[in-house]
Design a protein around this ligand. Structure first.
Ligand code: ADP
Length: 490
């Protein structure tokens, strides 16, 4: 590594403070790993009610930070907390914007003032760093919520000494969420009107905060090599494929890692007993615990328990799940589903749970401890995603000896190798066409193989041996940070 590198890491969710999905896991684990590799990294996120309720030890470091928003200037406080690993985390407090039951909205829809909320956060983060004298070389932003930051640096703040030479990296965790807002809100977000055109942050007559990130960042990354290719095609590009192709020289696919501090059956704080490669038999006790906890039939001890832990969204393949669920039950298995999201899937799945008590357990909601107990107690994990930028749960599942059954897309395709019973190689099951028959077909294969306990054990062991820890990927980010910093210093 060259000169010391400082990075301002800004995300709309960061584990363990606030989480709705994989972004939080990444924003919790990657900075910690960067710090261990010698990077001066600080993390920033909004001070949501969820963070408040977490009762983290915080201290106020700045009162009344002035943040312009449209015609007004809002004042907000900044709090600091430190992670167990000693990483400084800054929380941007503004009760009217962030003290709400959810992060982005309710099952009925997004909060109508999300543009105001995330413009505020984005601008406050830059202004705070300037005011606090935190000089940073690179700002690393994630998804549409922080897409305005690269735009601010290259427009509003391009002549501001402290900020003008800061380089930006923008990571796409999911291209499907674009941060679209009516054009008349342009003044609110503060980007000059001259930037609102099809070659700028306009997207079919609307403001797209995602597009702002894609256009103005020095480098774009996405969370798996395969997804970095897929998003450059109309099929996966959500209308942004043209821009992504134009920016392909600055687009990188860096696979997410798994945070084994949080996700390791040998140390997991939410499961008993612990187990690992050396004493794999304890996994059966975790399974028995899960059967009891969820009131499943006791004879499932010898039959496979198939789980899904997921946001309930079309992206995650919920249609396929709903389609095959009764056929899967006929294979004499147990099904455990933990998820929250779209109302239609929640309702359908709850109905299945009520129709087949003892065989299907459906838990609606976001429940971190239960997610861990399911990961430990289940035999297989389903990920039939339509598209999947990286996917973290399949990596966690491998470590827990829970065999992933995935669709061959994005990061799922990069991380799962179909098991070959002849050679004993591979770590899961994979299907390609987004079709129920194909999905059911691999589930059937998996259930058949489960009955051969010796071969199944081999498959579990293959997965448990795999190492998807963050270090290798974090080193790739460091190289990229150095590259964009150099580019700005020219
Ligand atoms: P995405 O970010 O698209 O939701 P990822 O696989 O990248 O998908 O990350 C999902 C993360 O959210 C994992 O840590 C998973 O365990 C967690 N998760 C998803 N749904 C739930 C839920 N209902 N309860 C608890 N954890 C969940």
């Amino acid at each position: 590594m060259g000169d010391s590198l400082s990075v301002w890491f800004l995300a709309s969710e960061v584990a363990p403070f606030a989480k709705t999905g994989g972004l939080a896991d990444v924003a919790g684990a990657l900075p910690a790993c960067l710090k261990n590799l010698g990077v001066d990294v600080r993390v920033g996120l909004p001070f949501y009610r969820m963070v408040k309720d977490g009762k983290f030890q915080t201290q106020k470091v700045l009162e009344g930070l002035e943040v312009p928003l449209g015609n007004t200037t809002l004042k907000g406080d900044v709090l600091e907390t430190t992670t167990e690993g000693g990483l400084p985390v800054y929380l941007f407090d503004r009760e009217d914007l962030f003290d709400r039951p959810a992060l982005y909205g309710t099952p009925e829809g997004d909060y109508p003032d999300n543009l105001e909320r995330f413009s505020y956060f984005s601008r406050a983060a830059l202004l705070f760093a300037k005011k606090a004298g935190f000089r940073f070389d690179v700002v690393h932003c994630h998804d549409w919520q922080t897409g305005l930051i690269p735009a601010y640096l290259r427009t509003l703040y391009k002549a501001v000494p402290f900020l003008s030479d800061v380089a930006s990296v923008f990571t796409i965790h999911n291209l499907g969420y674009q941060g679209l807002f009516p054009a008349d809100k342009l003044a609110t977000c503060g980007v000059p009107a001259s930037e609102f055109h099809p070659g700028g942050l306009e997207f079919w007559g609307k403001i797209s905060l995602l597009k702002a990130g894609l256009l103005y960042a020095d480098a774009i990354t996405t969370v798996s090599p395969k997804y970095s290719q897929e998003i450059q095609t109309p099929e996966f590009g959500f209308g942004m494929d043209d821009i992504l192709r134009k920016r392909s020289a600055n687009l990188y696919g860096i696979l997410n890692g798994a945070d084994y501090c949080a996700w390791d059956p040998a140390t997991d704080r939410y499961i008993t007993p612990h187990y690992s490669l050396g004493d794999i038999k304890n996994k059966a006790r975790c399974k028995a615990g899960l059967v009891n906890e969820l009131d499943l039939d006791q004879d499932l001890a010898d039959r496979p328990i198939i789980a899904m832990i997921s946001r309930l969204a079309a992206q995650k393949g919920c249609d396929l799940l709903v389609d095959v669920i009764e056929d899967v039950l006929r294979l004499d298995v147990g099904l455990v589903i933990l998820g929250a999201g779209e109302e239609r899937y929640q309702t359908l799945l709850v109905e299945f749970g009520e129709k087949y008590p003892g065989s299907i357990a459906v838990k609606i909601g976001f429940d971190e401890p239960l997610a861990h107990r399911i990961m430990a107690g289940a035999d297989m994990l389903l990920l039939p995603s339509r598209y999947e930028p990286c996917g973290l749960t399949q990596m966690y599942a491998l470590k827990y000896g829970t065999v992933p059954v995935v669709r061959a897309t994005g990061g799922l395709d990069d991380t799962i190798v179909p098991f070959n019973p002849e050679t004993g190689e591979g770590n899961g099951f994979k299907f390609s066409p987004y079709e129920s028959v194909a999905f059911l077909g691999v589930i059937r294969q998996a259930v058949d193989l489960f009955l051969n306990s010796q071969v199944w054990k081999r498959l579990m062991v293959n997965g448990m041996k795999a190492d998807f820890s963050w270090e290798e990927s974090a080193r790739k980010y460091i190289l990229l940070y150095e590259k964009v910093r150099k580019g700005r210093q020219k």
